[in-house]
Design a binder for this molecule. Structure first.
Ligand code: MLT
Ligand code: ZN
Length: 453
């Protein structure tokens, strides 16, 4: 039986160009070989696709905005890709509960704009908000730039409709704030990377619009002082964001986007802070204290929304600006108090073992999440450099493990990190996770080979 027995032929693509586009996410280096892409338009069609997959022993790879960086949405061996591009409607809004019901394919930015139109705020935000989709955000528990104040996607999911690998359409929590009736299955699906169920609809909670935000960028000569700066500001005010980037990252982004450096002097590191306009005096006090202590040499502060956005570009444009260097990418976290020492551990390791490699640091340092990007030397082929990456990974993950950190803070495990899961999760935990996988996906049809083999 072919897939067009359960879904209209117009909702199926099998041409090679489409297979190449929908068969992968932003992760490179894996074979891309799906057999078809299907575009369901309703929960019932998703159920029918799963039933078809069970009956015909076909594997399914759920696919959202395909902005993932761990290969969670890569189809490498004849799977059918289930794209949520046509399930992209906001289907309900309840002002009293501040709840918006989105189909999985609603783009993050569309949700943010919808909230703003109703004088409300959806606070989860990141550089790929213009193309990532709500279902993918939930499947990976997306984090981003405002986690320090608003938390991860998990904090905002008030309910969901999901089709399990057994083809059962489950409604998990129905927008309730309080629901003390046993296991909250919703939270199992959040961050499960499409291995337990296909997310069809999500009830997202919204919050009050914040006041106007101010952005400050400061130059920090020593990595160890990034933490001192964070503490100095956090003692005085509530931060909405505390990001950092290295001077090499600044070089890359200003060259790529044709921007100006933010400060007259260059420093090894920069911190980007965002806070409410009413905290300006407190922020000025914190800044002066940092300068007196020698933690910060200079700073710039936005005077308008446009200037705030321009400063944000310096951080949000980094990932794109280094893509051409085919970097060895890593997304690591440790507890905030260990950040400076961990940064120095990694720097020392790279310097000693791979002299001459450029390390480009940036990330959400205010919540302990560091993006380590080692750039490919110009004279090295992509293949040879990928080999080097494979060689480096266990050594870097040992440094993470020593500090009980995470080998994937916000990008997920997917195909990329699955062989290293045990650096962060114990054997017992992995065994229990496998048990859950068998329970929700007894036929092993959902995103097989992701998270673990
Ligand atoms: C970011 O924070 O810019 C994103 O997670 C993307 C990346 O790590 O490159
Ligand atoms: Zn990030």
């Amino acid at each position: 039986m072919a897939i067009d027995s359960v879904i209209d032929a117009k909702q199926i693509k099998t041409d090679s160009e489409s297979l190449a586009v929908w068969g992968k996410d932003w992760t490179n280096g894996f074979e891309v070989a799906p057999s078809a892409v299907v575009f369901p338009e309703s929960n019932e069609q998703v159920v029918a696709i799963v039933e078809y997959a069970i009956a015909n022993q076909v594997s399914l790879v759920p696919s959202g905005g395909r902005t993932g960086l761990s290969g969670g949405a890569v189809a490498s061996s004849g799977e059918v890709v289930v794209s949520f591009d046509r399930m992209n409607r906001i289907i309900d809004f309840n002002k009293e509960d501040r709840l918006v019901t989105c189909q999985a394919g609603v783009v993050t930015q569309v949700l943010q704009e919808f909230a703003a139109e109703h004088d409300l705020f959806y606070p989860v935000d990141f550089a790929s908000a213009g193309s990532s989709q709500v279902g993918g955000n939930v499947a990976t528990n997306a984090g981003g730039i405002k986690v320090i104040r608003y938390g991860l996607t998990r904090n905002w999911v008030a309910g969901m409709r999901i089709v399990t690998g057994a083809g059962v359409l489950l409604a998990c929590n129905q927008g309730l704030v309080k629901n003390a009736t046993g296991y909250d299955l919703r939270h199992l699906f959040i961050g499960s990377e499409g291995t337990l169920g296909l997310i069809c609809e999500v009830d997202m909670r919204l919050t009050s619009l914040p006041e106007s935000q101010v952005v400050m960028v400061v130059g920090v000569p020593n990595a160890v002082d990034l933490l001192s700066v964070l503490m100095a500001f956090s003692d005085e005010l509530t931060l909405s964001a505390f990001e950092f980037f290295s001077d090499l990252a600044l070089d890359k982004v200003i060259a790529h986007r044709d921007l100006q450096p933010p400060l007259a002097t260059r420093e090894p590191y920069y911190a980007l802070l965002e806070f409410d306009e009413s905290s300006l005096d407190a922020a000025t006090r914190a800044f002066e204290h940092c300068v007196t202590e020698g933690w910060v040499t200079d700073g710039v502060i936005s005077q308008s929304g446009a200037q705030a956005q321009a400063l944000w570009q310096l951080r949000e444009g980094i990932s794109e600006s280094i893509a051409g260097d085919t970097p060895y990418k890593n997304d690591l976290s440790v507890t905030i108090n260990q950040v400076p020492e961990f940064l120095s551990d990694v720097d020392q390791f790279v310097e000693a073992s791979y002299p001459g490699y450029d390390v480009c640091w940036y990330g959400h340092i205010g919540d302990g999440n560091l993006h380590l990007n080692i750039l490919r030397p110009e004279d090295m082929s992509v293949e040879d450099f990928m080999e080097k990456g494979h060689e480096m990974s266990p050594k870097i993950f040992e440094l993470v493990q020593e500090r009980q950190g995470s080998i994937s803070a916000e990008h997920g495990v997917g195909l990329l990190k699955k062989d290293f899961l045990n650096y962060t999760r114990s054997d017992k935990e992995i065994e229990l996770m496998r048990g859950l996988k068998n329970l929700f996906d007894p036929h092993q049809i959902l995103n097989p080979g992701k998270l673990f083999s």
